[in-house]
Design a protein around this ligand. Sequence first.
Ligand SMILES: CC(=O)SCCNC(=O)CCNC(=O)[C@H](O)C(C)(C)COP(=O)(O)OP(=O)(O)OC[C@H]1O[C@@H](n2cnc3c(N)ncnc32)[C@H](O)[C@@H]1OP(=O)(O)O
Ligand SMILES: CC(C)C(=O)C(=O)O
Ligand SMILES: [Mn+2]
Length: 523
Amino acid sequence: MGRKIWVFDTTLRDGEQVPGAKLNLYEKVEIAQQLKKLGVDIIEAGFPASSQGDFDAVKAVAQKVGNTNDIMITALARAVQADIDSVYNAVKYAENPMIHMVLGTSDIHVEKKFSKSKDQILQIGVDAVKYAKTLLPQVQYSTEDASRSDFEYLWKTIEAVMKAGATMINVPDTVGFAEPEEFGAMIYKLNDRMKNLNDSVLLSVHCHNDLGMATANTLAAIKNGADKVECTINGIGERAGNAALEEVVMALKTRSSIYNATTRINTKEIMNTSRLVSSFMGLDVQVNKAITGDNAFAHSSGIHQDGLLKSRDAYEIVHPEDVGLDDMELVLTARSGRHAVKNALEKLGFSNLSNEEFEGIFDGFLKLADAKKEVYDHDLYVIVESYYEKHDANHANATHYSEQFFDIVDLQVVSNASFPSASVKIRKGGEVLKASAVGSGPIDALYSAIADIVQIDVKLVEYNINSVSRGKEALGKVKITIEHEGAKYIAKAADTDILKASAMAYINAINSIVVANLTPVTN
Ligand SMILES: CC(=O)SCCNC(=O)CCNC(=O)[C@H](O)C(C)(C)COP(=O)(O)OP(=O)(O)OC[C@H]1O[C@@H](n2cnc3c(N)ncnc32)[C@H](O)[C@@H]1OP(=O)(O)O
Ligand SMILES: CC(C)C(=O)C(=O)O
Ligand SMILES: [Mn+2]
């Protein structure tokens, strides 16, 4: 188990400082509800003095999510009375509210930002804490730019604001300048002095990722006595972002013998939270992002897939189930080998293949995989079918699986303000079917036309488009999730034509539904 580390989530404050990520009241409350489910100890809901909209959103979070004592709701203020009043008036509706204030301690801040003396700034901080304490018992003081501050002045500030009544001291590496060993040593010294002064005051850290070391610095701080960590979901935040909650929490769990520390986080809610934040903020998660990236639990090369099939621990240190995913993903590509392809075929029911049959099918797989980025289950059926058609037309596996699947033949999409429309031609077996539709936008029209042909009842749950490379020849990569009879189907497709990629992703997902409803092969 180890000692408890408090998790302070600032997705709704520092995370929302990402350009374009602004949330409305409803979205903030929804994310805060999910953060509560995730098990964070403290939610920083915003900066109420910045606008009426944010004041209202913080107040709504305090009322709707902070209605229990086991979660603390806070928001940020400068060391000025009006900001502190705004925070108080917004968070006071929570059962367990806190005022958070920030004031710089580095020479750069004191001299260049504020044009004041160190003594003057220290006094402003002390006065602000004393004022906040007249409003609420819980007050956090953040020494902005702590990692670039003169250590003795930093300590003098911390000592003074602790004596003024601060209940949590947050030490930010505001510009991501710190290095783990150096930051750990600083936290060790601060912790020692703080605990001697008043051991009920929590020591917190807030690390930024400008040099890619936010998680490492946060973990170094924990090793050296920090009681609390400030994080965001998916590591979003000002500039290069903050320490990612999921990385810090899973590192503590996975390397528990090193850290001997634990959090209250229900790790099975990590993926749900990550997806909600990403979709509400319109911020895609980098595919290779640790823990929450699309590829974090996807394995595509033959040597790894073979190893995983023999023993999961060969290439898996975090179990996907622990963060709320169903399973690892073995992606079939031209880099896959025989073990992975055999495993995929067995899952579809093709389990009694002779060596000769399998080698023939594997050969067909490699040819298709070289032409495509990813090989789907429905592609495997078609490969198996064409193998037997060539070699043993009377074999049961020569069944006309391909007649069940859909394939885009052609499409035309008109995008304009008043009348977006689409026409598609789709092949199913020997037949080419056509349909046209209008929609609220070009993709909506396209998907309506396809839906008209396939006649499978689905709901589009998520649509994502990304550019894979750069310039005019860049591939548009579309990832969609659709729902059919309560089950979710995820599919991807890439093409230089984004409308074609959108249509192909939809058809891939439809074909997954067809596969799921095929009678299992018995041979
Ligand atoms: C490291 C961080 O992430 S800190 C948090 C960052 N978050 C935000 O900035 C929240 C959004 N900000 C805002 O909405 C606005 O900037 C406001 C409402 C805070 C202030 O707006 P304005 O009054 O128009 O001031 P503006 O933003 O232009 O300048 C900041 C002022 O605050 C002062 N200030 C900056 N930090 C602090 C602080 N910690 N304590 C006291 N005063 C501060 C600056 O010196 C400057 O004052 P000046 O006008 O006397 O020179
Ligand atoms: C407000 C403080 C904690 C902050 O965001 C920073 O210093 O990065
Ligand atoms: Mn910050």
